[in-house]
Write a protein that binds this ligand. Structure first.
Ligand code: LMR
Length: 410
């Protein structure tokens, strides 16, 4: 028995460790985008990952970003480390962008994070390291990575109803009922501040009032993922739901991303804003945010942050950037309308997409139909039926509509 155990231990310890790892499943969004790149078929269409594309199918560098980079190139003097929470000019300017000029910023512990994902993780870590055992409610469905991020921080994930049975609209009563009947004080509730990912279906402002009151009554913590500011109704208009939540809830977490609205995907620029009841706890809160970041990625990357600071700090660049965000939003919305018209010309009613906002639309197609589109038509959409509307162009529209019509017959 003893010799048997020793033999087993020696065998286990001496066999290669890395070779024994099981294969992890591919990421349901980025894995598909990688498979698309390898697909040799001509005319293939990629509607997977949420990146904006222009009519020619390119993901352009915004003109405001180009001009800011030229200025940075001429004036930047160092590549030395930034503070753990990023440069103060960055945290101040993005706090103003997200919370408005009149907010009491003494309540805000703000940090530059690598993208919105970095903000989600830093926020989740900060909460979980101080309150072990926290639970977080996610909409069903939600962004494919939300669950993993919160679980990696050690939080238990639960889901609340979001879509109606036909997957064409919000089941608001179901959402409220789930949170009201099962939510507990100090439960975290992940809400999409605008342009819900993956469905494009947002609550109305009246419904946001109810959500906000419920969070306050139940003493739950609203945790807003704000990755698409400017892609719903406008840069300022899209902050309305957040302000409704802030009016009734003393403690709120906001995770901003500047991947989409500044087109800075690979520069990894986002922000975590942890807002306390009053300024008295901000210093300690900030120290906890720093502690979470330091043991994760230490401090943020400089270049993207400098671009955002340069644009937001200059009236002309800011105006140019705002007009570029408006143009992106308008193009996406015209592609959504064109898809609805295209499907209608084939006798299919996709009118429910008209109220959806932001980069994504939930088509109602199932995983089998999504797979058929990939295998048979080289059209890549996420298995949940989500399409990146911003990836469409007039040139690809007819091909897509014809293929979706065929998929609907399966
Ligand atoms: C998406 O949902 O496609 C984007 O947020 C990109 C990503 O990282 O998944």
């Amino acid at each position: 028995m003893v010799w048997g155990t020793i033999f087993w231990l020696r065998k286990t310890v001496s066999s290669p460790m890395f070779e024994s790892f099981p294969l992890a499943p591919p990421d349901s969004i980025l894995g598909l985008a990688a498979a698309f790149e390898k697909d040799p078929r001509p005319g293939k269409i990629n509607l997977t990952v949420g990146v904006f594309k222009d009519e020619q199918g390119r993901t352009p560098i915004l003109e405001s970003v180009r001009q800011a980079e030229e200025r940075i190139f001429k004036t930047q003097k160092t590549k030395s480390y930034l503070p753990i929470e990023g440069a103060p000019e960055f945290t101040k300017s993005v706090s103003r962008l997200v919370l408005g000029e009149d907010f009491d910023f003494s309540r805000v512990a703000a940090a530059h994070t690598p993208g919105g994902t970095g903000a989600l993780r830093a926020g989740a870590d900060t909460l979980a390291r101080n309150f072990p055992g926290l639970r977080v409610w996610l909409s069903n469905p939600t962004w494919a990575n939300h669950g993993s991020v919160f679980q990696a921080a050690g939080m238990e994930t639960l889901v609340y109803t979001y879509l109606n049975g036909g997957k064409t609209g919000l089941d608001f009563d179901g959402m409220i009922q789930d949170l009201e009947s099962k939510g507990r004080p100090r439960d975290v509730v992940l809400l999409h501040a605008c342009c819900h990912n993956p469905t494009g279906i947002d609550p109305t402002l009246e419904q946001w009032e109810r959500i906000s009151s419920l969070m306050a009554e139940k003493k739950m913590i609203p945790f807003l993922d704000f990755a698409y500011q400017g892609f719903g109704d406008g840069i300022v208009e899209d902050t309305k739901p957040l302000h409704i939540v802030l009016r009734k809830n003393p403690e709120v977490v906001v995770c901003s991303s500047f991947s989409k609205n500044f087109g800075l995907y690979s520069e990894r620029v986002g922000a975590l804003l942890m807002i306390g009841a009053d300024g008295s706890g901000t210093e300690a809160l900030m120290s906890q945010v720093r502690a979470s970041i330091r043991c994760n990625y230490s401090n943020p990357p400089r270049h993207g942050e400098a671009i955002v600071v340069t644009i937001l700090g200059d009236n002309d660049l800011s105006a140019l950037w705002r007009s570029e965000v408006d143009a992106m939003r308008t193009r996406i919305s015209s592609m959504r309308d064109s898809f609805i018209r295209g499907m209608s010309s084939m006798g299919r009613d996709f009118g429910f997409l008209a109220t959806q906002k932001g980069m994504f639309s939930y088509t109602g197609l199932n995983a089998m139909q999504a797979d058929w589109l990939k295998q048979e038509r080289a059209i890549y959409i996420v298995g949940t039926g989500r399409i990146n509307v911003a990836g469409l162009s007039p040139d690809t529209m007819t091909t897509l509509c014809m293929a979706v019509d065929e998929a609907c017959k399966l």
